[in-house]
Design a protein around this ligand. Structure first.
Ligand SMILES: *[C@@H]1O[C@H](CO)[C@@H](O)[C@H](O)[C@H]1NC(C)=O
Ligand SMILES: *[C@@H]1O[C@H](CO)[C@@H](O)[C@H](O)[C@H]1NC(C)=O
Ligand SMILES: *[C@@H]1O[C@H](CO)[C@@H](O)[C@H](O)[C@H]1NC(C)=O
Ligand SMILES: *[C@@H]1O[C@H](CO)[C@@H](O)[C@H](O)[C@H]1NC(C)=O
Ligand SMILES: *[C@@H]1O[C@H](CO)[C@@H](O)[C@H](O)[C@H]1NC(C)=O
Length: 487
């Protein structure tokens, strides 16, 4: 006799619009497949303003409206530190699974999560093991939580469950598609399915209806090194509630996969929004609107985005100055500090007059993580040179704080001075500096990516800019000559 298991998977819930639609679709599927399992692959606390503005109480209220069978934790769940995570986990009704963390130094988390759970469907035991990404250390603010390599932990847990006679084993992972595929291969001998999140990868056969890049077929398979012929199904479904992961697997009496049906559900406007959820979200939407309208400062002149393509601009100065200011508060150092972004990371203007929280969120809409790290001068110079050699120099135009940068657009040569005390001196190749940039910048430039040391979190871009606008308002935009572009 075979046994069919339906699994639905959600990743990175997007509240506005998306949640009511997601809820509708899950209910709709559960009406015809009441045994389907609903797994949450993490990052409920994402950088969008729902979480940032309303925090964990609202998130847990809505997440508890879904009949989740299990959650794992995403890196974003640690964004407000351990003190921010504890009340969220306490409020969640369904089990939270993370096998690869050690919270002995953060005992308030003890008892709020477990390594695995064994569920039953039609009398058949199904185990779920949770794991999350060790990169949380760099991406978020987990304080004393220690992260262990997920692969050996999955191997150990799956063996333990197999020894207990459980022959259907699912790994719920927030480690990213590439790690999930590697785990399927290296430690997948007792694992049947890996349901993942984190990399926002979309798996889809053919061209995706959302027109995003497709990272592979749905599902992907990997054969386990230690059990030839045993294939592990690996699925993930993008992010921000754009898709609902959907897979049905038929298992034989030994827990081996006989066949499967799989196709993620694209949650576009054809899927109705659940009216009850829409109603329940309403007061929060109003609250959000109030917060977004809050005046946090003012400027005597327009802060133009267009100007940022050609050289120094007041808007760029404010953003990088804010990153540098916050980095100095959060990660004090005796090293010379500077900061850098590219023009394309600034998304719109701010008009003369009052500046609201919403204005700042429109300028920095991606809720990017800002890091500071130690790095030698030569690597910073290589990264800046690379950005000025790009064919899209206007979009890649540097905006800098703590540096005096000259770019010759004909020769593509740059000169870089750094501020030491009150003096401007040349950047030294072997000197170690503190550099503060969005995570995106570090990942874009190999010299930074390969050589950054002691990475630590500064915060989320728009929150940092908002604090700084409050601090320096009223703003009378003046350029100070930190960037010179010779053409
Ligand atoms: C998608 O592609 C995979 C890999 O080739 C295959 O196993 C699966 O059946 C396909 N799914 C659909 C719905 O065609
Ligand atoms: C939603 O996506 C489906 C599947 O790709 C498509 O058939 C439908 O036309 C889309 N609806 C809207 C409103 O975009
Ligand atoms: C900076 O240098 C002073 C004097 O040497 C030292 O006391 C202080 O701890 C240093 N600060 C940091 C953050 O390294
Ligand atoms: C910029 O580079 C061009 C080409 O190498 C050179 O002719 C010009 O003198 C440089 N400009 C300055 C101000 O250094
Ligand atoms: C700008 O903000 C400052 C500081 O909050 C305030 O004193 C000033 O009245 C504001 N100016 C305008 C024109 O609103």
């Amino acid at each position: 006799m075979t046994h069919f298991v339906w699994i639905l998977c959600i990743i990175m819930i997007f509240m506005q619009g998306g949640f009511a639609r997601l809820f509708y679709e899950i209910k709709h599927i559960l009406d015809s497949k009441p045994d389907a399992m609903l797994l949450n692959a993490g990052d409920d606390f994402q950088g969008t303003y729902w979480f940032t503005l309303l925090k964990d109480k609202v998130m847990s209220k809505f997440i508890n409206m879904l009949p989740n069978d299990a959650h794992t934790l995403g890196n974003h769940e640690f964004d407000d530190g351990v003190a921010g995570l504890v009340p969220y986990l306490e409020a969640l009704r369904d089990p939270v699974l993370v096998a690869n963390i050690d919270t002995s130094l953060e005992p308030t988390l003890n008892g709020l999560y477990k390594p695995h759970v064994v569920l039953e469907r039609k009398g058949r035991k199904i185990a779920i093991i949770g794991v999350t990404t060790p990169d949380t250390k760099m991406l978020s603010n987990p304080e004393g939580v220690r992260f262990l390599d997920p692969a050996p932990i999955v191997k150990k847990e799956a063996q333990l469950l197999t020894d207990q006679g459980v022959d259907i084993i699912i790994v719920l992972s927030h480690c990213g598609l590439y790690v999930d595929k590697a785990m399927a291969k290296t430690v997948g001998e007792n694992v049947d399915i890996i349901v993942g999140g984190h990399t926002h990868s979309l798996l889809w056969n053919g061209t995706a209806p959302s027109h995003e890049v497709v990272a592979g077929t749905y599902p992907e398979y990997e054969e386990a090194d230690n059990k030839p012929g045993h294939k592990v199904l690996v699925v993930t479904a993008s992010a921000f509630s754009k898709y609902l992961g959907y897979i049905g697997v038929d298992f034989d009496g030994n827990g081996d996969i006989v066949s499967f049906e799989a196709q993620p559900v694209f949650l576009n406007r054809s899927i109705p929004e659940d009216p009850e959820i829409k109603e329940a979200l309403k007061p929060y939407m109003e609250k959000i609107n109030e917060i977004v309208k809050e005046v946090v400062g003012n400027t005597s002149e327009d802060l133009s985005l267009n100007a940022c393509s050609y050289g120094e601009c007041a808007l760029g100065d404010i953003i990088v100055d804010s990153f540098l200011d916050k980095a100095k508060q959060k990660n004090p150092t005796n090293s010379t500090s500077f900061s850098y972004i590219m023009k394309k990371m600034i998304r719109t203007d701010i008009k003369k007059g009052d500046i609201t929280t919403g204005d700042i969120m429109n300028v920095q809409p991606f809720a990017s993580v800002i890091w500071s790290y130690k790095i030698q001068g030569k690597y910073v110079k290589e990264a800046l040179e690379e950005s000025t050699r790009r064919s899209d120099l206007q979009a890649s135009m540097p905006q800098v704080a703590g540096l005096k940068l000259t770019i010759n657009t004909t020769s593509k040569e740059i000169t870089v001075l750094v501020k030491k005390g009150d003096e401007w001196i040349p950047l030294e190749d072997d000197e170690e500096y503190q550099f503060t940039t969005p995570k995106y910048i570090k990942q874009q430039f190999e010299p930074l990516n390969a050589n950054a040391k002691d990475i630590s979190l500064v915060g989320i871009d728009f929150e940092i800019v908002k604090d700084y606008v409050k601090k320096i308002t009223p703003i009378n935009p003046l350029l100070d000559g930190r960037l010179t572009v010779i053409s």
